[in-house]
Design a protein around this ligand. Structure first.
Ligand code: ADP
Length: 205
């Protein structure tokens, strides 16, 4: 029996366009645990025209973050659903220090600490290029050049501090996100493999 299949709680951290969604989907399929993307959840609410969607639409369109309290509530409810029992992959949450602290508290409550925070590192130039390509195929209202640049700035300003937050918890694992999706996937699998193997070497000795 594989220890791996018991419980795997991950956060994917990285700027817009770093490939979190692609990797989250692959991990969800491989480990049969849900990928939870707050951006997808919020966009679905906007499209459905729910009161929450009406409330957050302007934030999304401008590339600003939705209010912490709303997003934290969404995650609290989502993590109480039974499909998360064997693990989860958070994609796009947490995005502020306040969200990270709320998640820490929630996971203490649930008695299930994060296994790792995978930080997909990609330089600004590559992000701008990737996102402008994506803008040609998708219909996201926030994939306009000015909004794209702003989302990257919001990441650097509000989300990048989480790198230190998780480094202090010894949860942070750096992944070179400029590589091909296949190589990024392989690097992630290496990290997960090292977590799951109780006899394996501890990272950094
Ligand atoms: P990307 O990472 O490419 O910007 P996402 O789908 O993750 O795309 O996020 C799109 C938008 O959804 C963000 O710009 C923000 O407005 C909102 N959003 C997503 N996750 C959060 C979050 N954790 N906190 C606040 N706002 C969020």
């Amino acid at each position: 029996m594989q220890v791996l299949s018991v419980l795997l709680d991950l956060v994917l951290l990285g700027p817009p366009g770093s490939g979190k969604g692609t990797q989250a989907a692959r991990l969800a399929e491989k480990y049969r645990i849900p990928a939870i993307a707050t951006g997808d959840i919020l966009r679905a609410q906007v499209e459905a025209g729910t009161p929450l969607g009406v409330q957050v639409k302007a934030y999304l369109d401008r590339g600003e973050l939705a209010p912490d309290s709303l997003v934290i509530d969404i995650i609290r409810h989502r993590l109480s659903e039974p499909d998360t029992r064997r693990g989860f992959i958070l994609d796009g949450f947490p995005r502020t220090v306040r969200q990270a602290e709320a998640l820490d508290a929630l996971l203490v409550e649930l008695g299930r600490p994060l296994d790792a925070v995978l930080y997909l590192q990609v330089d600004r130039e590559s992000l701008l290029e990737r996102l402008s390509h994506r803008a040609e195929v998708d219909q996201r209202s926030d994939d306009r050049p000015d909004v794209i640049a702003h989302r990257i700035d919001v990441f650097l300003d509000q989300t990048a501090p989480l790198i230190d937050h998780y480094r202090r918890q010894s949860k942070l694992r750096l992944i070179d996100g400029t590589q091909s999706p296949e190589l990024v996937a392989a690097a992630i699998d290496d990290v997960i493999g090292s977590l799951a193997d109780p006899t394996g070497p501890s990272p950094g000795g």
